[in-house]
Ligand binder design. Sequence first.
Ligand code: HEM
Length: 618
Amino acid sequence: MPVIDIHNHFFPRAWPNLAARYGTPDWPWIKHTEAGKADVMVGDRCFRNIYAACWDPEVRLQEMDRDGVDMQVLSATPVLFAYERPISHALDCAELFNDAALQLCSQGKGRLKSLCQVPLQDIDASCKELSRSMRAGHLGVQIGNHVGERNLDDPGIVTFLHHCADEGAAVLVHPWNMLGASRMPKYMMPWTIGMPAETQLGIAAMILSGAFDKLPSKLRICFAHGGGSFAFLLGRLQNAWEHHPVARGECELAPKQYVKRFYVDSAVFDEHALRFLVDTMGAERVMLGSDYPFPLGEYRVGGLIRSSHLSSRAKARLLGDNATEFLGLSQTNETSDLKPQPGAPIVPHAEQLTYGSYLRVPELLELQRPQSSPQHHDELLFIIVHQTYELWFKELLHDLDAVVANLRDAGANPDSRDEVYEAARLLRRCTEITRVLVEQFTILETMLPTHFLAFRGKLEPASGFQSEQFRELEFLCGLKDEKMLRYHRPTPEAHAQLERRLREPSLHNVFFDALQAIGKVHLEANASERERFDARARAVLSLYRDERSNRDWIDVCERLTEFDELVVSWRLRHIQLVERVIGVRMGTGGSAGSSYLKLTLDKKFFPELWEARTLLTE
Ligand code: HEM
């Protein structure tokens, strides 16, 4: 995996006197102060102290080797954008520095690549210069996040971004010309405060204006400095979008849905911030960007990512894999894929679905967060086993909901048998999944009780009582114990979902309603609960007594019985695991532990199916 830094800058060793060339003051110029050092001046003012890495490829390559960086994608500095200048001057300036960038890269032993700049105040000129630069060898373009009063949602800029997408040019958005400058005269606040705000404004403008809806998904665009304050304030944007019609803008989707449309770099300089950024954007949306070799850049490029607690897979994505996609490098190298040789492996393009992007593998592997510190070896197993259970619970709910729908249709349409077969087929899947769930406890039993106790204290008061999906499964099947809702008060969404399940007809209700609809359940209007129970059990009995006519319904009964049986097996194996690991101690959820859990062994979803067996022997 190559390590690629997509955000760093250069200045040529020398360039023409622009003030004289254009006859206007305050153009940047370079003043060499001592060997290997220089000041970039704007008029009489020192804009920035720089050193040889800005212009000397040898210094750059040495420092890249020191930091373990394979490739840098360099761009000029926003002070050269010249968006407020006459177009002819801005275009000439862009051409000068674009060519200088390629000149520097040509001495970079293939390890230096570049992004061009364009005179963004003129869209035609920008499109032409972009096309020229791409033909000359640039990989994309660096643009400012605004042109005067125009944000990135300006129709002209959106047209330019369309052109970038068509040219396959990567776009790096860099904040510049910061807002509120008069209130931030000191302490570099335009850089530390203004820049993040500018970048957030750029992203929000593109989202809320619907610019992302209009632009093709093949557009590869990245926002510098971790996207500024965007990630941290996305919740605020989302909340405003949900509750205030005026804040909704013209976008088709909620703001959170757009994070997959752009990248950000990793220049946030703090591990917690990086982690949060990766959580918000996804590990496939953050790329190494250092701001090297400027004073506000990362001193050891890539150090933050490497020393973070991100998984090795996420690190690989941030350090280079994402940049390879962003820059279209895989496409360039893989043009031969368009005409694959017989027997040659098929390598997907950046925009195509891959195993990892379809299954969201990087995100999945990011979701294990041990609490122990230093991390206890077995805590990862503990987390993964629980997460696996929850994934299967999700599938069970999905399938059981479909069983309910099929049985409801079967009741509504007694002559059709398709729905009954389909219900039985899906129930067979549910029993097979539950069989795996019973078995899975053995993996956790490889953990010594002492090893569990080493991190158990970190888990309180988290407890299996709070498994929303487990309780949903019970409610869906018909075991509705309203008291259990209290464990979900801290999570209102889970609480609301369980309340919904509590109100909805259960699998048990729907199954017996269907039997009633096909004339198997005979009930007096004022029947007691006991009489109703008996009537349901006798309905099952009648199915079994006429096997030839009722094979499909009997199949459903058998599957439901098996499912019931397997859930009890699950409860029993869970108790055995609990006793093996913590003996008869109390649970972290405050129950009496195994003695409480033993009381649940008598719970059955479909007791009438079991009662029918007793009746059969009468
Ligand atoms: C070391 C392993 C485990 C121990 C010591 C343990 C312990 C317990 C205890 C003591 C309870 C009772 C509630 C309480 O007071 O907290 C409980 C409930 C529960 N546990 Fe576990 N458990 C373990 C593993 C698992 C696993 C792997 C799952 C898989 C999802 C799981 C799911 C549940 C569920 C759903 C409940 C609620 C059961 C009910 O209310 O009927 N547990 N667990």
